[in-house]
Ligand binder design. Structure first.
Ligand SMILES: C[S@@+](CC[C@H](N)C(=O)[O-])C[C@H]1O[C@@H](n2cnc3c(N)ncnc32)[C@H](O)[C@@H]1O
Length: 280
């Protein structure tokens, strides 16, 4: 029986990351924690362009884990003349505690050692005069409904993958998340997936969905938004052919991870989404 749920692994790139032993899931498996956080999340949110025009820019960091995404965001925020709040969510602090106990193997976290320790103890931290960092402990599906947490402009969506964590990926959850957003506050969500069934699930939940950056060996990833105009490369009608022919394009529903072809009535809902009208 291992002493910890996690272990340090060296990725192909030579950089270290964490692995959850139980389900063999590596954090930022491609190119490593900070590089992936910057390419997949920070760069795609265009903070420098979007944040200065709102009173306080709200980032939801879903799956704080070992803090790489949050740290990358903070590094970016420090260079931008705007006010920021980061709301980090996790149901467990064990990844961050493990990472803090292995700082010599995880370079990116060392400059934030004191900040993370204060966040763990107090649940809140004024990092700089313009950056506040909040920690929300518990199941994101319930915690996100707390009215005192402001609706986000950006979401780094990084829980474990659908196979072992289907509750964070099913249609019911994404419908709730879509409803929790403020329609007057354009919001962008980034994730590593390029799966047809995840994109279908998001579309059926009412998100506009776009093609995200390539990263490492992955040709593309995905973005979701409550505002089509935020997406630089929305999925086009031609993509619907893939939905029709794929053997795994049905949305995830309920607690079971079951993949299959999409039902005709679900396909009709997906094809009717605004982003597929009037485009070729
Ligand atoms: C892959 S790790 C996140 C890595 C992290 N973003 C980083 O930069 O190090 C996934 C995290 O999501 C959290 N998580 C998974 N399901 C959750 C849920 N339903 N509510 C809150 N946190 C959840 C896990 O506890 C875990 O810490």
């Amino acid at each position: 029986m291992p002493l910890s749920q996690f272990e340090i692994v060296q990725l192909k790139s030579g950089v270290n990351s964490l692995r959850l032993i139980e389900n063999n899931e590596t954090f930022h498996p491609g190119i490593g924690p900070l590089a992936e956080a910057n390419i997949l999340h920070v760069a795609q949110h265009r903070f420098a362009e979007r944040a200065p025009s709102v009173p306080i820019f709200i980032l939801w960091d879903v799956g704080l884990g070992a803090g790489a995404n949050a740290v990358a965001a903070i590094d970016a925020f420090k260079t931008i003349p705007a006010d920021f709040e980061i709301h980090s969510f996790d149901r467990s602090l064990s990844a961050l505690e493990f990472a803090l106990a292995h700082l010599d193997e995880l370079d990116y976290l060392a400059p934030y050692k004191d900040a993370c320790e204060e966040l763990l103890v107090k649940g809140f931290l004024q990092l700089t005069p313009r950056i506040r960092w909040y920690l929300h402990l518990g199941d994101f599906r319930e915690v996100m409904l707390r009215p005192e947490i402001p609706a986000p402009h950006s979401i780094f969506y990084d829980p474990y993958s659908p196979r072992g964590n289907v509750d964070m990926w099913n249609l019911e959850h994404f419908q709730n998340l879509r409803q929790r957003l403020d329609d007057d506050r354009p919001c962008l969500l980034t994730n590593y997936t390029r799966s047809t069934y995840v994109r279908v699930t998001w579309l059926m939940a009412g998100f506009a969905v776009g093609i995200g950056t390539s990263i490492g060996e992955k040709e593309e990833t995905s973005l979701a938004s409550n505002n089509l105009e935020l997406l630089e490369r929305p999925l086009l009608p031609a993509w619907l052919v893939r939905v029709k022919v794929s053997h795994s394009s049905a949305p995830l529903r309920g607690p079971a991870y079951e993949l299959g072809p999409i039902l005709p009535e679900d396909y009709t809902i997906v094809a009717a989404q605004a982003q597929f009208q009037g485009q070729t």
